[in-house]
Each structure stands twice: as C-alpha cells, then as structure tokens.
Write a protein that binds this ligand. Structure first.
Ligand code: ZN
Length: 247
C-alpha cells in the first residue's frame, strides 16, 4: 500500500503483521539526451509497485533528492540535482526515527544509483545507512533509557543475536540490483542496461528520437536497448525484492 493513502487502522495492521516498509531512495541525474533524469528512482518505484501486486508492503513516498554528484555532467542545462551526503544524513535520521516512533520495525531504503560500489558505499547510501544507525540508537535510548544494553534484561543479547535478532535490522539500506546480478545483466549509467529497464518499467521516460543526440561514452550502447532485455533485469530485481522484503 502507498503510505500516503493508508488509514490508521491499516497502519496498525501493517505494524502488527510486520509488513516491510520500503523507501524508494534516489536522485535526479543526467541520463543522456534520451532518458529522463528520474531514471534511478523510477526504477525503484516501478519495481516496488510490481512487488506490491504480489506481497504486502508499505511503499513510502519516494525521496528523489540524493547526492547525484556532478561526475556525469555539470548541472547547467543537464538537470542533475546534487544534495550532499552531509545534508542528507540528518534528514534521514529524522525520517527513520519518526517511522520507528510510529511502530515500524522492518524498514528498507532501496537505491539504484552508484550501487556498483554499494559494499564500500557512496554518499547517498552511506548517509542513509548512518541515519538508520543513529535513529535506532536514539530510539532505543528514548524508549529504554541510557544503559539499556547493559541492563539485566539484555542478558540474552548474544544468544538472540546469534539466532538472527538484531535491532539494527530495523532499518536497512539495499541496492536495487543485488551483487549476484553482476555479469547477468548489464550495469551501466544510461546505457543499454538502464535504458532497457526503463523501456520495460516506464517507457515514457525514454525517447528514441534523441539517441542520436548523445555524445557520452556511457550512452553509446543505449540505442541497442529493448524492453525484452529490460524484462530480464526486472525479473532478477523482483527475485531480490522477494528476498529482502519479508515480514
Ligand atoms: Zn542511473
């Protein structure tokens, strides 16, 4: 369900049943002359909408204003919007803290931007990862008081942790495309991989009439994109979503 359309009784049910809560996290960035600047975020939104048809999930309003960077193109006339990680982290902390206050304990930000470096991290995902950690510490200290971890009530912490319990799983950040898609689907920026994903998920974000206007090396393969290839990527992404978004 889309969060903004939920009634309180539906929110209480989602909390009670531990539905995953998904934040589409992304950027607005130049993706060549043939594709819309929202591509990265739209890929997350559209696949979550497909996922919602098969499983219970809360989809938060998307956050588009991440750190696109000007690595691909300067912003003038290109459309890239850059909000640095240092500005994002405090916002993310407030957002996650608020979601914890509501009662959600199964929160996932999903991002498709610079995620070929996801393990080491890049500014947007690092900011939201740090924000999640900060929010969880702050929330636990508010709910349980300082010294909560050292209290006798936590004596089974390590055995619980070994069994998979972990407060820090309450807020997680994931790449849209899992590492095991490496070599199975082209990962690129505005090339055949991303363009095909958009043709499959959101064809109005691609205009084939503008392929010829591209001059960047990274868009050279875009003209070979197809919805059929994109569907293969979507199928792999859906498998990944089924793994990470569980009650
Ligand atoms: Zn992209």
């Amino acid at each position: 369900m889309r969060y903004e359309l939920m009634l309180p009784h539906q929110i209480r049910r989602a909390i009670a049943e531990n539905w995953p809560v998904a934040l589409p996290l992304g950027v607005l960035e130049y993706h060549g002359e043939h594709m819309a600047v929202g591509m990265d975020t739209l890929a997350v939104i559209k696949t979550l909408e497909l996922f919602e048809k098969e499983k219970d999930v809360v989809i938060l309003p998307p956050f588009y204003y991440g750190a696109a960077s000007y690595a691909v193109a300067p912003p003038e006339g290109s459309g890239s919007v850059q909000v640095g990680g240092n500005a994002l982290a405090p916002f993310g902390e407030e957002l996650f803290y608020s979601l914890l206050r509501i009662g959600f304990r199964n929160i996932h930000a999903i991002i498709h931007h610079q995620t070929e470096n996801f393990v080491a991290g890049m500014p947007t995902d690092l900011a939201f990862k740090a924000a999640g950690r900060q929010a969880i510490f702050r929330f636990l200290e508010k709910e349980r008081g300082e010294g909560w971890w050292g209290s006798q009530a936590m004596a089974d912490y390590y055995s619980g942790h070994a069994a998979g319990e972990n407060f820090f799983n309450w807020v997680q950040v994931h790449p849209l495309m899992s590492a095991d898609m490496n070599g199975k689907y082209p990962f690129d920026h505005a090339g055949i991989g991303e363009t095909s994903l958009m043709l499959a998920l959101c064809p109005e974000a691609v205009d084939a009439n503008h392929f010829a206007d591209n001059t960047g090396w990274y868009t050279a393969s875009a003209k070979d994109a197809s919805a059929e290839l994109g569907q293969k990527g979507v199928a792999m992404i859906m498998d990944h979503l089924r793994m990470i978004l569980r009650p």
